[in-house]
Write a protein that binds this ligand. Sequence first.
Ligand SMILES: [Zn+2]
Length: 180
Amino acid sequence: MTTLASDTTPQVWLGCLECSSNGLLVGGWYAAESADLVTSSALHGQPITAGTHEEMWVGDHEGLPTRGESSPAEVARLARRIAELGEAQRAAFVAWIATGGFVVDRDGLPCVAEFEERFCGTWGSFGEYAEQLADDIGLLDDVPDHVSRYFDWDAWTRDLEFDYTVETAPDGGVFVFRVM
Ligand SMILES: [Zn+2]
């Protein structure tokens, strides 16, 4: 049995601030969820005297939405929030945060319940979503066939798209979010 690390597990590159101001690039990649638990000794690969080389900076990250300059503690909080979601929804949650149109809860973190209310799934294209929606709401149910075949799907889909945010999914297709 092999345990495969998921591609969506957020990672951060943490660097030592003091070394960096001395022109030395000392740091490494860590799981973002535990970024706040990395000790300076671990970061330097040798015992570090307490009170020195303590501050770390986030140099890079993977699998996390960009939110500007963050501390390891902030990154860890956000990564733990992302980990609350199931694997299937995680990438969509990250994409939703990256749109900037996300809603925060009272902890100041992107709210999972608000995300779930807006997320309409992963689709091959927005057009596919629109077709399914038209079916679900019975858009053309009462329209005779000889009329419905003239229905302007492109225009209808274009208009509908104003009420949604559509983001490219990393594994192909798009994530569709309802704008509320
Ligand atoms: Zn250092």
